[in-house]
Design a protein around this ligand. Structure first.
Ligand code: NDP
Ligand code: OXD
Length: 306
């Protein structure tokens, strides 16, 4: 068996070592043009040339959950595309989103500023029932986030393409129920995959349908959000703030208004990081299953885009 590794911005050494431990008999190397034919590719942001030169691939393993960038390439029709399935990301996403919701709900940013200025202040406690949180996308990450938010007793709404029944989550399905979902939510958490159906989904109309004083948390992809529409709704006062982890251009350009907007908090695409050992174990387990001719979970539906 031959595995080729091609992950931009990733030190290949520990990945190769982990995969070689899992498959001591296999030939596992960093991809370079002219490399011998491989059975499997482990990738993040690979060049088109890899797939042009490796049409025989059986499996392409993406070391992230989102496959939007990968699906822009021409992939070998013989290969299944497999994305990471949690692998330690869901709990990270839950902690990131919960801290964002709680920081906003408890006025913790205002308290931190007051303390820095030497002011001992007290804000009126808010009602949890006034802060229903809507989670867009109830997949591996969204479902975990919805569950975690309930532990803090926030009312939780969830929106997905197909019906989902999650305990304690008020479920909304598809385009027909999208407006009701938004109108029932004050805090909006985006955990959708980026597909032709979901690009630009956070815009003037949809964000404008949130309850007044809305708060937006985008942890999925920058291209879900129409940046100017968010800024206009923050400046009009309809939205109270936003926490953004992902951007149309990453790194976020130095002159982008998100860097300095007083109602926006940004983080550098770090809400749920790929964890190496968990990811190697998952990918190795799935390669071993494919070698045995068994089915594996979380194969991407390329036509659907996730
Ligand atoms: P999943 O594929 O498991 O879940 C996607 C969810 O979105 C599903 O519930 C799906 O509905 C729903 N969905 C898809 N299309 C639509 C639509 N048109 N209308 C309504 N609902 C829709 O993905 P994950 O939870 O694993 O990951 C979600 C995204 O998070 C990734 O694609 C990636 O972009 C982002 N991400 C960001 C990270 C970061 O650090 N910022 C880290 C990891 C991931 P259904 O269940 O009906 O299919
Ligand atoms: C992912 C990501 O998709 O890191 O896994 O954004």
């Amino acid at each position: 068996m031959n595995i080729t590794f091609c992950c931009t911005n990733t030190d290949p050494g520990p990945w190769l070592a982990g995969l070689r431990t899992a498959f001591p008999q296999a030939d596992i190397t960093v991809w370079q043009s002219g490399a011998p034919p491989a059975d499997y590719a482990v990738v993040w942001a690979p060049p088109q040339q890899l797939f042009d030169e490796q049409p025989q691939l059986r499996g392409i393993f993406n070391i992230g959950a989102g496959v939007d960038a990968l699906l822009k390439l021409r992939l070998p029709p013989s290969a299944v595309v497999v994305r990471l399935e949690d692998a330690g990301m869901a709990v990270q996403m839950a902690e990131y989103v919960c801290q964002g919701v709680i920081r906003h709900f408890r006025d913790l940013t205002a308290y931190a500023e007051d303390v820095r200025a030497g002011r001992w202040t007290s804000y009126t406690p808010r009602q949890r029932s006034d802060f229903p949180v809507g989670v867009m996308g109830l997949g591996v990450l969204g479902a975990r986030v919805a569950q975690a938010l309930q532990q803090f007793e926030f009312p939780v709404n969830g929106w997905s393409r197909t019906p989902k029944r999650l305990p304690g989550v008020r479920g909304f399905t598809g385009a027909a129920q999208f407006h009701d979902f938004l109108a029932s939510s004050r805090v909006l958490v985006n955990l959708l995959p980026l597909t032709p159906d979901t690009a630009n989904i956070l815009n003037q109309e949809t964000l404008g349908s949130l309850q007044p004083g809305g708060y937006v948390i985008n942890v999925a992809r920058g291209a879900h959000l129409v940046d100017e529409d968010l800024l206009a709704l923050l400046d009009s006062g309809h939205l109270a703030g936003a926490l953004l982890d992902v951007f149309r251009t990453e790194p976020l350009p130095a002159d982008h208004p998100f860097w300095r907007h007083p109602k926006i908090t940004i983080t550098p695409h770090t809400s749920a990081r790929t964890l190496r050992s968990e990811s190697i174990a998952q990918i190795a387990g799935k390669i071993a299953a494919m070698q045995r001719g068994e089915a594996v979970t979380r194969i991407v539906d390329v036509g659907r885009g996730y």
